[in-house]
Structures are given as structure tokens and as C-alpha cells.
Ligand binder design. Structure first.
Ligand SMILES: NC(=O)c1ccc[n+]([C@@H]2O[C@H](COP(=O)([O-])OP(=O)(O)OC[C@H]3O[C@@H](n4cnc5c(N)ncnc54)[C@H](O)[C@@H]3O)[C@@H](O)[C@H]2O)c1
Length: 247
């Protein structure tokens, strides 16, 4: 455990999911006050019970008014946010021919729009206080065109990369950094349930470290990028893919 967080407030979206929960636990251990956002109310309250001092807010973050209300609640109950981890996401493996307009909108709404709405809500305060850290969860799919991921997902992750670069440039002079993490094949339901056994074996054969990523390894990357130690890093997309892809 480190004391990096100094009691600062961190918002983690998708906190009821595997990676979001790992990140939230790590930030709580690092002495952040953590606000947990997720649409899955039951799973979210179970996570919150385990994290003393955390605040759980259930709702659909692809809706801008829900985001504004959630950020207002965080501010009034925990204090102004210094850290935002845009982690919520939904996977779709459909390629373009099978992707309906509804699916396209839903995936872009959760994976991209929500990150923009949240950043837009917290950035004025971060800029004013001249300190902030935003981490956007991208994906290897943005760099490969999606090995197994579909068109809407891959596009959403490329776009959140673009959002990362744009925001990083905009807010760098204010002591706020904006970075991304591009994971691949973390041990989550996305890997265990949405890929076939044949796909998993084929991937393992291609990943040089010979295994899938532990959620805690993702949480370590988040902890570093949101810490005061990373102040000279902005507009970076950190790969965490076991050597599957170099660039
Ligand atoms: N699992 C992987 O291998 C992998 C690889 C690359 C990137 N990622 C990305 O990492 C992030 C976390 O993935 P995970 O595997 O932990 O997924 P997960 O499904 O376990 O967690 C995602 C969470 O987001 C929440 N969510 C979905 N829609 C929402 C909405 N509209 N409003 C609020 N919350 C919503 C879900 O309820 C869920 O708890 C995602 O952005 C995903 O795209 C995952």
C-alpha cells in the first residue's frame, strides 16, 4: 500500500466490472476516496460494501444528465474529483456486416460518449485547482483493427484514444494529465465468456508471455498513471498486452 492518493477523490467508471473493481480496490488501498459508477446497481453495491469510505452511484453514464448528476453527488459527498478513470465499456465482436445502427450507437455511447461527458464535467475543477489525472481505458483493438473485437468496439476504442490526445493537449498547461491504457486479453468475462475455447488457445499461442493479463496488473498501471509520479507523462497510451503487439 502507498499513500499516493493523499485522500484525493477518484472516480472509477465500470467499477462493478472486473477491471474497474480491481482499479477501485487499488486506489482505495492507495488512500484515494473512491466514487464507484456503474449501471449494474446490485453488483455495484456489493463492491462498495467491500471498499470502506467509497461512494456507489448507479446509473447509465452514456446519458449526459446522469453524468452531471453523478459528478455533482461525488462533489457534495466526497469532494471535488482529482482523478477520473474512464473504464466502463461494452464489447461487441460483430464486424460491420452484422453491426446494426442500434448496436453502433450503444457501443459508441458507453465506450466514447460517457468518457467525454465525464471528462467535461470534472475538467473545469481540475484546471482551477491545477491538478488532475484522467485515464481512459482503450484497447489493443485500436491498434490492430480488432483481432477478435468487432467494428463498433474497435472504432470506439480508436476514438477514445483520439479523445485522450485532444484532451491531453488542451489541459496540459493546467497540471492535468490525460493518458490511456490499451490492454489486451485481461482475465475477465470478456475473455472467458465472449471468446470461444479455440479463440483463447489461438491467442495464448500468440502472446509472447504465454498467459492472459491479471486484472491487478491493469490496476497497477492505473495507479501509476494517476499518481503524482507521472506528471510528465501525458497523451500516452500505455500498452499492456504481454508482447502481443509492439509499436
Ligand atoms: N477484458 C479485456 O481483456 C479488455 C481488453 C481491452 C480493453 N478492455 C476494456 O476494459 C474496460 C473494462 O472491461 P472489463 O473486462 O472489466 O468489462 P466488464 O464487463 O467486467 O466491466 C465493464 C463494466 O461497465 C459497466 N457498464 C456498461 N455499460 C455501462 C453504462 N452505460 N453506464 C455505466 N456503466 C456501464 C458494466 O455494468 C460493467 O460492470 C472496458 O472499457 C473494456 O473495453 C478490456
Amino acid at each position: 500500500m502507498s499513500e499516493d492518493g493523499q485522500g484525493r477523490v477518484a472516480i472509477v467508471t465500470g467499477a462493478a466490472g472486473t477491471m474497474g473493481m480491481a482499479a477501485a480496490k487499488r486506489l482505495a488501498a492507495d488512500n484515494y476516496k473512491v466514487a464507484l459508477l456503474d449501471i449494474a446497481a446490485d453488483r455495484l453495491s456489493a463492491v462498495a460494501k467491500d471498499l470502506k469510505g467509497s461512494l456507489a452511484i448507479a446509473g447509465d453514464i452514456s446519458q449526459p444528465e446522469k453524468v452531471n448528476a453523478a459528478v455533482g453527488e461525488v462533489e457534495s459527498k466526497l469532494g471535488p474529483a482529482s482523478v477520473l478513470v474512464n473504464n466502463a465499456g461494452i464489447l461487441s465482436n460483430n464486424k460491420s456486416a452484422e453491426t446494426t445502427p442500434e448496436e453502433w450507437r450503444r457501443v459508441i455511447g458507453v465506450n466514447l460518449d460517457a468518457a467525454f461527458y465525464l471528462a467535461r464535467a470534472v475538467l473545469p475543477g481540475m484546471k482551477q485547482r491545477r491538478y488532475g489525472r484522467i485515464v481512459n481505458v482503450c484497447s489493443l483493438a485500436m491498434k490492430t483493427g480488432g483481432l477478435t473485437a468487432g467494428t463498433a468496439y474497435t472504432t470506439s476504442k480508436s476514438a477514445i484514444g483520439g479523445l485522450t490526445f485532444s484532451l491531453a493537449r488542451e489541459v496540459a498547461p493546467f497540471g492535468v494529465t490525460v493518458n490511456g491504457i490499451a490492454p489486451a486479453y485481461v482475465k475477465t468475462p470478456m475473455v472467458s465468456e465472449q471468446l470461444t475455447e479455440a479463440q483463447r488457445q489461438a491467442l495464448l499461442a500468440q502472446i509472447p508471455v504465454g498467459r492472459f493479463c491479471e486484472p491487478e496488473e491493469f490496476a497497477h498501471c492505473v495507479a501509476f498513471l494517476v499518481s503524482p509520479m507521472s506528471g510528465f507523462i501525458t497523451g500516452e497510451i500505455l500498452d499492456i498486452n504481454g508482447g502481443l503487439h509492439f509499436d
